[in-house]
Design a protein around this ligand. Sequence first.
Ligand code: HEC
Ligand code: HEC
Length: 421
Amino acid sequence: MKRVLWILGGTILIAAAIALWTASRPVSWSEQEIAALRSLWIGSLPPLPPDPSNAYADNPQAAAFGQALFFDTRFSANGKVACATCHLPDKLFNDGLPLAQGVGTTTRRTMTIIGAAYSPWLFWDGRKDSLWAQALGPMESPVEHGGTRTQYAHLIDEQYRAQYEAVFGDLPDLSDQTRFPRAAGPVDDPEARAAWEAMTLADREIATRIYVNMGKAIAAYERLIAPGPSRFDQYVAALLENDREAMQSALTKDEVAGLRLFIGRADCIKCHNGPLFTNNEFHNTGVPAADGLPADDGRASGVDQVIQDEFNCLSQWSDAGETGCADLRFVVSTGEQLAGAFKPPTLRNVAESAPYMHAGQFSTLAEVLQHYNHPPFAPLGRSELEPLGLTAAELAQLESFLRALSGPLNTPAELLASPQP
Ligand code: HEC
Ligand code: HEC
């Protein structure tokens, strides 16, 4: 009897010891992996990079003015379209559509604005090199806001004179409508274009200066839209503090397995790196053309457009000296790798931002992962992807990890709505 008790007691002791050992086992991430996890962590997000091309980038009054413009539908051809029509704050500054809808339909999907201030290039093809220059694109695009430069100048004069002058100084007198017609600008519409070309160069510059300042105010607002921590970030914070319990409550086993694939065998981190999960460069991943649209050559055209852009960093409208425009001066402008290349989107909050890719080609994360597992031939140029050979279970783990990248914005609520009553 005694002997049996001894054996039983011993077995229990050994089992307890094994359990203790398992629980206290050091976390199975190598030093190198921990460095990778830390690099993706939101705690590694640096302060906003300065924008030397925008002297008002960090001016709070400019941001308040920009916020009003962002939500104001009067700045459009039909009085119905604002930036917030496609960039909805309650949809993470996205719209949930495959192709954006403004005055007309665009050929690309809306991108989020969260974290965009960190990117040297804007749009899927990087055809703009600052947030303020970017903002001036949709305003004159016939399928987005569809309005004109002088229409906007008159609106600023009539609706926002005090706010404008508090930031940018005196607004010139625009009351002479033979000098400043109601609808004139360098746009597709032949009448508005003819009216623009009939204006003197000096008057065109007056209207353009107001237009540029609108962009600079909107950019100051957009710089305040920042991402917040997700469960993944809680996991990394816990890992760095060696708090195993907090690690376990932050991510499930499957999510951790997906994370391991993300930075390991699936090598997603090659392009989706840094705390925003994008390197902000351009890559060809062979995404098929959207139904009914021609293959999109992406960066190949985008780079030519940014070099020629009326509002680029080296333009007369930029506040940067030449030294402030290194990205543009040293931009890679030729090479076959630019054909069909796009900017990798941030993967933060990706679970809530379907559909996916530059023209909403995939409607679920599972479809996106199938694409990476079995990459097709690229419609243009050459895809950088190699088949991954992941099992269905591994793809599910990767997907559950992507779903752990959601979190609330790190942006005060009053910035997420129109300041107008
Ligand atoms: C009709 C819908 C629509 C409207 C209106 C609109 N956008 Fe967009 N936005 C888009 C689409 C579509 C893209 C991607 C287009 C492309 O790459 O060609 C985009 C891209 C962007 C980007 C680039 C993000 C990045 O990471 O590169 C920013 C910033 C942005 N928009 C801000 C604005 C601002 C500011 C306004 C108002 C002045 C505005 N948008 C109006 C649909 C819209
Ligand atoms: C060679 C660079 C590269 C690699 C490697 C890569 N991606 Fe991407 N990713 C991109 C680019 C570029 C896009 C946008 C492509 C487009 O729209 O045509 C993208 C788009 C996505 C999207 C869609 C996001 C959205 O909002 O539309 C998801 C999700 C995604 N990638 C996840 C992953 C995962 C998971 C992996 C690893 C299996 C991975 N990526 C590997 C470059 C890359």
